[in-house]
Design a protein. Structure first.
Length: 387
């Protein structure tokens, strides 16, 4: 046999071996993830995605999206993703800034004229990065200010009710609980106010603006900010909570509240990969990479005029939060992530840009911690890399 023929055959064998190896690794990955859900056969569960280099290595549903009709979760099942939605609100603000319709350094009151006077300069940038000094409506930072129909403390989720307009009117009156820039303080309130800023600056609802500027350009055709939870749409995952720890019985645990900004995005695995991939090649706004760089800027990095000044007060989590993304490191790699939860829905999204690797976990029962699942999936992925 001639030498060049031997080399050709050897090359083909190497290619075939490599292909088999990759397939075994992906199969091994899926098998290990499957083991995390071996008890979800007739229960609510999760959709889990593992993205590498722009494609899903693993994309699978576990359990039922709807228990009554025994509809299985799959890659097209649409979940509410809680605070992971904040990334889309932040991107809407970034696009409006790129269009020249606002500045990150604008005072909030410039875009919400009927907002309470904070007696402090509070900017859009403060709100984006949770340095405004504003409290959180959900976690009792304002005791006694939110009441239900019989005068008791408002119960968030599905037990009491406020319309979008009623809620907006209330949060516009909430005072700061500390001076701006004193401390990182996670505030859902601030992101609802950012939604109002986006609506006033664009002349459209956040749902309309993001459909035009984010979801449609990315081909996320089944994703949206749901500002009316009574509307019908296909492939919805209902959310559930167990009746108690000792049984396999469940009750529906969905929300009757419709405001958006701090949450409210509904999406599926098959849509969400388009959002993930946009961080590598931007297709939004002017399609310039500067928009993605903006989304990865922490509060300190955006404060050009203050970079060489000592800011007033000690700050927690400095330099780890950027446009609704937490920055940490795992095995030496950057990890951008955010979790979300609202009534019975939980979600977690993590992106490792240096590896082109991401995890997406959407769940429809609060008995499963999506963040715990996501962390286990990350561990499985790194274990497979070593094999």
């Amino acid at each position: 046999m001639k030498q060049h023929q031997k080399k050709l055959i050897l090359a083909k064998i190497l290619i075939l071996t490599a292909s088999i190896s990759v397939g075994v690794e992906a199969s091994n990955l899926s098998e290990k993830i499957d083991l995390l859900f071996d008890d979800r056969t007739e229960k609510p569960g999760c959709a889990v995605g593992v993205i590498e280099d722009g494609v899903y290595l693993h994309s699978k549903g576990y359990g039922f999206a709807n228990l009554e009709h025994e509809i299985a979760i799959d890659s097209d099942t649409i979940f509410r993703i809680g605070s992971v939605s904040k990334q889309f609100t932040a991107m809407a603000i970034a696009i409006l800034e790129e269009k020249g319709l606002l500045s990150f350094e604008d005072e909030m009151k410039a875009h919400i004229p009927d907002l309470i006077d904070y007696d402090q300069i509070v900017t859009i940038n403060h709100m984006i990065h949770h340095y405004s000094g504003l409290g959180d409506y959900e976690y009792m930072d304002y005791p006694g200010l939110f009441k239900n129909a019989v005068g008791n403390e408002f119960r968030w989720g599905n037990e009491d009710y406020l319309s979008n307009e009623e809620f907006h009117d209330l949060i516009k009156t909430l005072p700061l609980i500390r001076k701006p820039e004193k401390k990182f303080w996670y505030s859902n309130t601030g992101y609802v106010l950012l939604a109002i800023v986006a609506e006033n600056a664009s002349g459209m609802s956040l749902r309309q603006f993001t459909e035009k500027e984010i979801f449609a350009p990315l081909g996320m055709n089944h994703s949206f900010f749901n500002d009316d939870v009574n509307l019908l749409f296909k492939n919805r995952a209902d959310a559930y909570s167990p009746l108690d720890n000792a049984s396999d019985e469940y009750k529906i645990n969905v929300t009757n509240l419709s405001w958006v900004g701090d949450g409210g995005v509904y999406t599926s695995l098959n849509d969400f990969i388009n959002w993930d991939q946009n961080f590598y090649k931007n297709r939004l706004g002017k399609e310039d990479e500067s928009l993605i760089k903006t989304m990865e800027m922490t509060f300190e990095e955006t404060q050009v005029s203050k970079r060489n000044q000592k800011m007033d007060g000690e700050k927690e989590n400095e330099g780890t939060y950027a446009f609704a993304q937490n920055l940490s490191y795992y095995n030496g790699y950057k990890r951008w992530s955010h979790s979300g939860s609202w009534v019975g829905w939980l979600a977690h999204y993590a992106r490792f840009p240096e590896l082109g690797f991401s995890t997406v976990v959407f769940c429809n029962t609060n008995e499963i911690d999506a963040t715990v699942i996501a962390d286990k999936v990350v561990d499985i992925y790194f274990e497979n890399r070593k094999e």
